[in-house]
Design a protein around this ligand. Structure first.
Ligand code: HEM
Length: 434
């Protein structure tokens, strides 16, 4: 039984939060190289923290030994979200998983596919003429996908169609954004007390935004009978209206559209250009192949770099001792590049999922894993398949040169500068304006 390499430093002075939040990939890569091990310790948010960067380690944490750990989010997020599944104990979380999975699993919600298709038509059917800058017919793709995903989220969880309720939709977008800014300022407040006055004003605005959002949510719940999807959610089996409202607050978080937009953007970037044409044709003709392409996108560019737990009792993760009270951060990005599981881990190669090389999808943790895995996974995978099939069936696309496509990883992975893509309707000649 080994102790994780590295050290968890002295209180406050040994804290490495600033380094980690500035560039989490550089932080993790440097330590994996230094220690020659993919499990190591450091001090984050002023707590001894073990980093887990292997597939086996993440499986131990999330699946095999999940009962040794509790979710580590309550201290940062409870005030902004209130009671919901994320802060529930194992028994209550299992009940809520049952309720929510019955909604988002296969065929759970009526009319969702029609809704997704309607939004695809609204946002993605004119990409070839959607010149953001008239001198170049290219599309700022992350922003287009984010708008699509935001409208999808507000339509499903609040029954708000942006064409029918344009002002209310804009108000909700502003509120969910302000609410979300309260969350991302939390780690800074721990490390950088000099920021505390601007932090506390952002935080109190976030609390106000939460209260206003809850008012809108409660009024939408009262009107749920007029909306097929929302009525279904209302009748799913939440204990009472308060519990339902708290969960809708969690589901309409601005984080969710960012995550879907992140995956759709990465898909578009990774399959762009003439050199990927054969891959696009194959994915357009064969949905199983498209599924494998999307697995490879999730593997290399998971929207969330990882997740957090707190150790309830002494545990063993991939052979390393983790004492009670330790914080644990699993790094999905690094586990998805674990060389003991993935051959040529940095290469985008959908074939690894076909040729029997990678037999199970359980080696991925893009949507978490085990009993606390993502409740929205079915809805998100279905949305991705529909959007990507549509793009493949209707467009060719390529990246204009001269762009810096370097990614940032927090809070959600995406290129630092919004990427531009040139779309051309299938069968039509591309017209260059620049
Ligand atoms: C592409 C979009 C999404 C991604 C990449 C994603 C990813 C994840 C991940 C990685 C976890 C596990 C966190 C952990 O282990 O600590 C998680 C949990 C969760 N997700 Fe998602 N998610 C997405 C969309 C959604 C949607 C649409 C919903 C709501 C309908 C949702 C609701 C949740 C909830 C409530 C949990 C916590 C479950 C629990 O505490 O047991 N997610 N998600």
């Amino acid at each position: 039984m080994a102790t994780p390499k590295g050290n968890s430093g002295y209180a406050v002075f040994g804290d490495k939060s600033a380094e980690f939040y500035k560039d989490p990939i550089a932080f993790v890569t440097k330590r994996i190289d230094e220690h020659g091990a993919r499990i190591f310790q450091s001090r984050i948010l002023n707590k001894p923290t073990v980093f887990v960067c292997t597939v086996k380690g993440v499986r131990d944490l999330l699946v095999e030994q999940h009962h040794h750990f509790e979710m580590g989010y309550k201290a940062f997020m409870y005030q902004l979200y209130g009671d919901n599944i994320m802060f529930s104990d194992a028994v209550d979380a299992a009940r809520l998983h049952g309720v929510i999975h019955s909604l988002f699993g296969n065929g759970g919600l009526p009319d969702v596919n029609q809704l997704i298709d309607r939004l695809i038509e609204r946002h993605l059917s004119h990409l070839d003429s959607d010149a953001t800058d008239q001198s170049c017919p290219s599309t700022s793709i992350y922003n287009v996908f984010k708008r699509f995903a935001t409208e999808l989220s507000l339509a499903i969880f609040l029954g708000l169609d942006a064409e029918k309720y344009p002002e209310l939709v804009e108000e909700c977008i502003e509120l969910t954004t302000t609410h979300w800014h309260g969350i991302i300022s939390v780690p800074l407040s721990v490390k950088l007390p000099s920021w505390s006055s601007s932090w506390s004003s952002g935080y109190s605005k976030a609390i106000e935004a939460k209260d206003q959002l809850l008012k809108i949510i409660n009024s939408r719940i009262s009107n749920a009978d007029n909306d097929n999807i929302l009525r279904h959610i209302k009748e799913a089996g939440f204990d009472d209206t308060k519990e339902l409202a708290q969960h809708l607050l969690c589901f309409v978080s601005a984080l969710v559209p960012k995550a879907l937009s992140s995956l759709l953007t990465s898909f578009t970037l990774m399959t762009a250009g003439p050199e990927k044409e054969a891959m696009r044709i194959r994915a357009s003709d064969n949905s199983q192949y498209l599924h494998k392409v999307l697995l490879e996108v999730q593997r290399l560019v998971p929207p969330f770099i990882g997740g957090r737990r707190l150790t309830r009792k002494d545990s063993l993760i991939d052979g390393y001792k983790v004492p009670e009270g330790t914080a644990v951060i699993y790094i999905t990005y690094a586990a998805h590049r674990d060389p003991s599981v993935f051959k040529k881990p940095d290469k985008f190669r959908p074939e690894r999922w076909i040729d029997g090389e990678q037999k199970s999808e359980d080696v991925l943790s893009c949507f978490g894993g085990g009993p606390r895995s993502c409740v929205g996974v079915g809805l998100m995978k279905n949305s991705m398949m529909r959007v990507c099939s549509y793009l493949l069936d209707h467009y060719e696309w390529r990246l204009p040169g001269g762009q810096d496509l370097t990614y940032k990883w927090l809070p959600v992975s995406r290129p630092k500068d919004p990427p531009y893509v040139v779309f051309c309707s299938k069968g039509e000649e591309e017209t260059e304006i620049d």
